[in-house]
Design a protein around this ligand. Structure first.
Ligand code: IPE
Ligand code: IPE
Ligand code: MG
Length: 251
């Protein structure tokens, strides 16, 4: 049987979004505390960011902390906060040196002051970079995102900037996170769960969904390549028929 080993027709996704799941189980398998899994997760992320930038992917958005993750034990949450601060400080020069622009989505106001400063600093230092956009979803929830868009819209109506009749999909789109980036082409979730866990609910409307059992700390550039190969073989129809797509490709 022919083995598919290359990305078909150089069809790379422009925007990849990832749910990095399985850190806790990875640590448990080794008899380590959960935070050790999160630390290993940071190393895995470093590799994937570098690899994505090298490949010329325009944007990479990763789920670092969901709006529901506050419900974890307090000790895990506070260790995660410390890890976010130290990782940002450690990685910023390297990311900046590679012309990567860092951005955060989610409600940052709930974070400790020190983390908010690190976030602001990372965004500021890299804001003129023209390479890959690296977006970190932190205290992010898809429902929070849509709720926030509603609030912004209602304010615009109240200020008479727009009237309710003008609201269309494009307008709502412009108020949710990531609206200035290409829509996510490829979604990857590691750790075996087949769910969205309140990630980019609006933005995932036509994204190709890739799930793997592999735990996030074990996810390497080779596994990433497999996801990219899988993606390159998908026929994206956006509601049309396969025949229409093939005809357009020939034209
Ligand atoms: C994902 O890994 C990282 C965060 C949610 C911060 P988990 O911590 O959810 O790992 P599992 O799912 O328990 O293995
Ligand atoms: C999703 O993983 C959030 C992040 C990876 C940051 P979870 O482990 O929190 O998701 P559930 O709770 O299993 O759905
Ligand atoms: Mg999990």
């Amino acid at each position: 049987m022919a083995h598919v080993t290359a990305v078909k027709n150089n069809r790379l996704p422009r925007h990849v979004v990832i749910i990095m799941d399985g850190n806790g189980r990875w640590a448990k398998q080794r008899g380590l505390p959960r935070i050790a899994g999160h630390k290993a997760g940071v190393s895995a992320l470093r590799e994937i960011v570098a690899n994505s930038a090298e490949k010329g992917i325009e944007a990479l958005t990763v789920y670092a902390f969901s709006s529901e993750n506050w419900d974890r034990p307090g000790s895990e949450v506070s260790r995660l906060m410390e890890l976010f601060i130290s990782s940002l400080q450690q990685e910023i020069d390297n990311l900046n040196g590679n012309n990567i622009r860092i951005r955060f989505i989610g409600d940052r106001t709930a974070f400790p002051g020190k983390l908010q400063s690190s976030i602001g600093e990372a965004e500021k230092i890299t804001c003129r970079n023209t390479g890959m956009q690296f977006v970190i979803a932190a205290n992010y929830g898809g429902r929070w995102d849509i709720t926030n868009a509603f609030k912004l819209l209602v304010n615009k109506i109240r200020c008479n900037d727009i009237c309710a009749d003008e609201i269309d999909e494009q307008m709502i789109h412009s108020f949710v996170s990531l609206s200035d980036l290409p829509e996510p082409d490829l979604f990857i979730r590691t750790g075996g769960e087949m769910r969205i866990s309140n990630y980019l609910l609006w933005q995932l409307a036509y994204t190709e969904l890739y799930f793997t059992e592999r735990l996030w700390p074990d996810f390497t550039p080779e596994h990433f390549e497999s996801a990219l190969i899988w993606f390159s073989n998908r026929e994206r129809r956006f509601g049309r028929t396969s025949e229409q797509i093939k005809r357009e490709k020939r034209a």
